[in-house]
Design a protein around this ligand. Structure first.
Ligand SMILES: Cc1cc2nc3c(=O)[nH]c(=O)nc-3n(C[C@H](O)[C@H](O)[C@H](O)COP(=O)(O)O)c2cc1C
Length: 186
């Protein structure tokens, strides 16, 4: 099973990116997590630029999504909203449909960004993705300069991430989300 992990932060030492790297390190056998690193290279969304001559970066983003069995997001909140780079990336796939029926879930590096999380769920839902909130995990790593290895080595955090991965795999197999719940660890 191939999971595309998308961090909404371009920061070199992003807590959200480190969290996703930790997920990749903890992934069970047969569950491959690939980090998407092209967010910052996408052009500004403009429907006039779409079509056969669309930028290669957009083609890559679309084909990465298409090839994934599921997509795992971890995003910061900026001014009570989603980071513009992530919304821009999502705008590029509204019309091309790669997220339609795609299992997606949200892991979070901070419990604070509730507006961004709600906004992401709303956008993914209207794009007809299968939003599996039951697999959601929130870690409290914001403000702690933890690397992926440190997160993966922490017993409580790694257990929460493993539980989230297991729930996501189970939800993908089951084909539907069940109910909203989330796992938290500090
Ligand atoms: C311009 C700016 C605006 C922010 N706005 C919010 C906000 O509205 N709510 C919030 O909880 N955090 C806010 N933050 C804090 C970021 O969400 C937080 O630093 C983020 O988790 C960092 O993620 P990263 O380590 O992956 O880059 C803001 C940070 C910046 C730089």
């Amino acid at each position: 099973m191939r999971i595309l992990a998308v961090s909404g932060s371009l920061r070199a030492s992003s807590s959200n990116t480190e969290l996703l790297r930790a997920v990749a390190a903890l992934a069970p056998q047969g569950f491959e997590v690939v980090l998407y690193d092209g967010l910052g290279g996408l052009p500004h969304f403009n429907p006039d630029l779409d079509g056969e001559t669309v930028a290669q970066a957009v083609k890559d983003w679309r084909s990465r999504l298409l090839a994934a069995d599921g997509v795992l997001f971890s995003v910061p909140e900026y001014a009570h909203g989603l980071p513009g780079v992530l919304k821009n990336a999502l705008d590029w796939v509204v019309g091309s449909n790669e997220l339609v029926a795609k299992p997606v879930t949200l892991f979070n590096a901070s419990a604070r960004g509730t507006y961004a999380q709600a906004s992401l769920i709303e956008t993914l839902t209207v794009m007809s993705a299968r939003v599996m909130t039951a697999a959601s995990v929130t870690l409290h790593v914001l403000g702690k300069p933890l690397t992926a290895s440190q997160i993966a080595a922490d017993p409580e955090m790694s257990a929460a991430l493993r539980a989230g991965i297991d729930s996501f795999v189970a939800a993908i197999h089951a084909g539907a989300d069940t109910a909203y719940s989330s796992t938290q660890a500090s």
